[in-house]
Design a protein around this ligand. Structure first.
Ligand code: GLA
Length: 309
């Protein structure tokens, strides 16, 4: 059967390093994402990619040797291992997401592939499967934010996700503002980064981490309340406070700090902060329409979708 599956990347408006401890996050699925097109059948999953001339081949059933696969192929192996599809697949992966910009290209890959391989319609089960696939593939103990956003994104809205209760609701983004993404140009290497260490500190409740998690949950909750009321100045202050708290936690970099300082000094900008794990990647900005002539406007998109023929 011919199928085409798409999953979006995400940018997180506020609520970072809170999903390790079941906290609140407020991401939006974006217009950029990953598409897997191909045919089901056979005994292997074989994919080609725009970014790599070598095909990735993962046999069904046997645990593949991850070391022999390129990094993106490990995510493929992770999804095959978790989903255990009854049919193989031959196809192609394309993406409009910049890799290493902190916009969840890995979740977009795992979710689009899981759908292409025949994952069921339960949104939470699909997100959890892809979270486990990512943990299995690269050993990063990621939370559920990225996968759930890729699966359950709602057009025009951010998603307020309670990662502990595993419940979410859309929070509409008013028309008078733009969410802009500015890439710091510093590629984020999550696998090699201190992500696992930061997660352990958040879970262990060490003083700085505890202060960050508690205050960040409050900020995410407040932004979700303020956004529908178009109280952008207050939201901007909360975004900047979030960035400073993440910097105290140790996940910012000099490049991200100076980019945020420069952006918040720009007329028409309400607030800016690093987005996602940190350690490089992108800054998310809330601003008046057209206030910035750098970066790109993130349009809140719908979540993953499957077509078959
Ligand atoms: C990465 C992880 C998420 C989350 C963020 C930080 O994107 O995949 O689960 O922990 O970092 O908020």
């Amino acid at each position: 059967m011919g199928v085409s599956a798409f999953a979006p990347g995400r940018v997180n408006l506020i609520g970072d390093h809170t999903d390790h401890t079941g906290g609140l996050v407020l991401p939006l699925a974006i217009q950029l994402g990953t598409t897997v097109v191909g045919e089901r059948g056979g005994a292997v999953v074989e994919l080609t990619s725009d970014h790599d001339p070598r095909p990735v081949v993962v046999p069904l059933g046997d645990a593949p040797d991850l070391e022999r696969l390129p990094p993106w192929g490990r995510y493929v192996a992770g999804v095959v291992g978790e989903l255990q599809p009854s049919d193989g697949f031959t196809g192609r992966v394309t993406t409009t997401l910049p890799v290493g910009a902190g916009l969840s290209s890995s979740a977009a890959l795992t979710v689009s592939l899981a759908l292409a391989l025949g994952a069921g319609p339960d949104q939470l089960a699909l997100a959890e499967l892809c979270q486990r696939a990512e943990q299995r593939a690269v050993g990063v103990p990621c939370g559920i934010m990225d996968q759930l956003t890729a699966v359950a994104g709602v057009e025009g809205s951010a998603l307020l996700i309670d990662t502990g209760a595993k419940q979410w609701r859309p929070v509409p983004i008013p028309d008078q503002v733009h969410v802009v993404v500015v890439d710091s140009g510093e590629p984020r290497a999550l696998v090699d980064s201190a992500y696992a260490e930061i997660r352990a500190r958040c879970v262990d409740g060490e003083a700085v981490a505890r202060r960050h998690v508690g205050s960040e949950n409050d900020r995410a909750h407040q932004v979700a309340e303020l956004l529908p009321e178009s109280r952008f100045d207050e939201i901007g202050e909360l975004m900047v406070a979030s960035h400073r708290s993440l910097a105290d936690l140790g996940v910012s970099t000099p490049a991200l700090d100076s980019l945020v300082e420069r952006l918040i000094a720009t007329p028409g900008v309400y607030g800016a902060r690093l987005t996602g794990a940190g350690f490089g990647g992108s800054v998310v900005v809330l601003c008046r329409l057209g206030a910035l002539d750098e970066g790109w406007v993130a349009h809140p998109s719908a979540g993953a979708a499957l077509r078959s023929w």
